[in-house]
Design a protein around this ligand. Sequence first.
Ligand SMILES: NC(=O)c1ccc[n+]([C@@H]2O[C@H](COP(=O)([O-])OP(=O)(O)OC[C@H]3O[C@@H](n4cnc5c(N)ncnc54)[C@H](O)[C@@H]3O)[C@@H](O)[C@H]2O)c1
Length: 317
Amino acid sequence: MGKKVLVIGGAGYIGSHTIRYLQERGVECIVFDNFSNGHKEFVNCSYVEGDILHIEHVRSVFKVHDISSVIHFAAFIEAGESVHEPEKYFVNNVSGTLNVLKVMREFGVKDLVFSSTAAVYGDCEDLVLSEDSEIGPINAYGKSKLMVEEILKEYVRAYGFNCTVLRYFNASGAGYDVGEWHSPETHLIPLVLFTALGLRESISIFGENYDTPDGTCVRDYVHVLDLAQAHHLALKHVNGFNVYNVGSERGYSVKEIIELCKKISGVNFKVIVSDRRKGDPARLVASSQKISNELGFKITYSIEDIISSAYKWHKRK
Ligand SMILES: NC(=O)c1ccc[n+]([C@@H]2O[C@H](COP(=O)([O-])OP(=O)(O)OC[C@H]3O[C@@H](n4cnc5c(N)ncnc54)[C@H](O)[C@@H]3O)[C@@H](O)[C@H]2O)c1
């Protein structure tokens, strides 16, 4: 058997799409996941059920399989929850990752692609965020990811690891036979589409007094298959320590997303304006110039493609 890419958290939303994208390009993958938020029905290759918090579970995969490199998606991801339950985030996202890195060292596997997030920028005032923009996460989720980025720098410097950090902006859309399926779901596009499908009575806008054109938060939505493309490129070029934003360079406000969902679904649903939530920056839009220039990344899906593909997936589910 040839060498495989170990995809930790590969039963989740972004992991399951990335695996299919990689397989189409001849990359053999193996999934490691504890299925805390992932889905067995999303896994289409060999897998090991285990938890990164148990180092023996991680070792068991490396003992049996010939692993060339690792893509590490596994984390808790709810920024809002992390404000109230920071420990949960530091334990899973930071301690869990340390176990992965320790075992990679033991087995001489040094290439890693890591899922980071736009949340590391917090309330940075730059209209378009580049990798050089000021860092300052405002929730424990973003802080946990930043801590891992710092740890990875040291693994590159001291142990000769090669680590590429991808800071994703809002992953969205669906492809192949999989889609976005978080429990609980807190992401805007699925929640708005659930409302269009009659699965919720209304959709809430959290705050309309932000310093943005229509007062609602602005985010950069990137199709999950464009994210998969970024992972394929990152894996091919992993060398030393590199950080790349992955976004579309275009921001959409909450109100704009709601209007687009109404248009694409053809359903007019109830919208409620509520108070702001803690830990929500006003605006997060990426410059993806660095990954485009250095790795040849290109956005191939529009916001309409994102919402239509997500709508199709949720309707089928
Ligand atoms: N979804 C987004 O918009 C977004 C944006 C920025 C960054 N990210 C990052 O991308 C990564 C993947 O996000 P996603 O949306 O696919 O999330 P997800 O919850 O769908 O996938 C995460 C997977 O990791 C697994 N996992 C969690 N803790 C584990 C543990 N201790 N041991 C083994 N497996 C474990 C879960 O079961 C799940 O399958 C995360 O690291 C997240 O922080 C996501």
